[in-house]
Design a protein around this ligand. Structure first.
Ligand SMILES: C[C@@](CO)(OP(=O)(O)O)[C@H](O)COP(=O)(O)OP(=O)(O)OC[C@H]1O[C@@H](n2ccc(N)nc2=O)[C@H](O)[C@@H]1O
Ligand SMILES: Nc1ncnc2c1ncn2[C@@H]1O[C@H](COP(=O)(O)OP(=O)(O)O)[C@@H](O)[C@H]1O
Length: 306
């Protein structure tokens, strides 16, 4: 194969708990992660010259080895002695440093893309293993779907009944949040409330979006909201506009709201954009891996289809 196109999709955390800390400073998490439809477009092409060329639509985002897509291509070239080069174009639509794993999704897509472009024949498990060398969220971005993520993010268990279809409004404040800073500011031992992860899994099995809305919880809000109190205001506004629930995604600052009706989500997005003067507000929806394919449960097991 000489060229291909992939969609690197964003994620939200429906629950995010921290249960401990490793000696190296990384936190042990328990999080239900969910893919949404919003994606970065990735185009990849083999080139004769032995180099990695990245182009992306955001002029300020680095295109050298600080870009996770570059790192993914570099790792695959080194590991598998690939002497040809690769040209990668990234059409960035996922807000950056937002808690939506946009960089991780690009990275995962390039791992998958290199596997296909160069006919490496790697399994999903092997790709996940390589992904974990580059970041905690990246194995999930290789798998996607509705997953319970544990360890520091590398232990992934598909949630039996995937998230029911609903509409998602993403609203990002114009600030970048550093994941490392948020984790380091967390008093995980002092947490009073922990998300009800099992309850959320049950609510998904019952396809009860209202119940899911009530169970959305993220312990990292205790760090990011005091830094940016507007996050709490956006959550309130989402609820006022009819969301079944609203939460900060990952380390933030993006807030997402869950809506049963697409029209309500679109109206809420317009209203929030205006009220808070935000540029990065998107109405999207839950994404089921291999949607529409017979026999799939929304997690598309054993399939690598980006
Ligand atoms: C918070 C979450 C929730 O899904 O997502 P984002 O907000 O980044 O999207 C993830 O745990 C983020 O994963 P990811 O963004 O891949 O983190 P990494 O690049 O591996 O690590 C960045 C830094 O965050 C801290 N870190 C990360 C993961 C983890 N389980 N514990 C940590 O303490 C470490 O200090 C690390 O240096
Ligand atoms: N392809 C990429 N897209 C977005 N950010 C990237 C990329 N490569 C590297 N980065 C860097 O990774 C950091 C985290 O980005 P991102 O994955 O968007 O955030 P988050 O982990 O909060 O979801 C950013 O500060 C950015 O500079």
């Amino acid at each position: 194969m000489r060229e291909l196109r992939l969609k690197a999709r964003a994620k939200i955390n429906l629950t995010l708990d921290v249960t401990g800390k490793r000696e190296d400073g990384y936190h042990l998490i328990k999080s239900i992660m969910q893919t949404v439809s919003l994606y970065d477009g990735i185009y990849m092409k083999r080139i004769r010259k032995n180099e990695i060329i990245i182009k992306n639509s955001l002029p300020w985002l680095p295109t050298d080895n600080r870009n996770l897509a570059y790192k993914a291509a570099e790792l695959m070239k080194e590991r598998f002695d690939i002497t040809e080069g690769v040209y990668i174009e990234i059409d960035k639509r996922i807000p950056v440093a937002a808690g939506l794993a946009g960089g991780s999704a690009d990275c995962a897509a390039v791992l998958v893309g290199m596997n296909r472009l160069f006919g490496l024949g790697l399994s999903m498990k092997e790709l996940e293993h390589l992904a974990f060398l580059l970041g905690s969220d990246i194995p999930y971005c290789v798998q996607r779907g509705t997953m319970l993520s544990e360890g520091v993010g590398e232990i992934l268990t598909p949630v039996k009944c995937a998230c029911p279809m609903c509409y998602v409004v993403l609203a990002k404040l114009p600030v970048s949040v550093s994941t490392a800073m948020v984790y380091s500011g967390l008093d995980w031992k002092g947490l009073k409330n922990h998300p009800d992860t099992e309850g959320m899994i049950q609510a998904m099995a019952e396809k009860d979006i209202t119940k899911m809305g009530g169970l959305l919880a993220n312990v990292l809000e205790t760090v990011t909201i005091p830094m940016y109190p507007k996050i709490a205001q956006i959550k309130e506004e989402m609820a006022r506009l009819g969301a079944e629930g609203a939460l900060m995604s990952g380390s933030g600052p993006t807030v997402f709201g869950l809506f049963k009706e697409e029209e309500d989500a679109k109206q809420a997005a317009t209203s929030i954009r205006k009220k808070f003067g935000l540029k990065e507000v998107v109405a999207t929806r839950i994404y089921h891996v291999n949607e529409g394919k017979r026999g799939e449960d929304g997690n598309g097991r054993n399939e690598i289809r980006h």
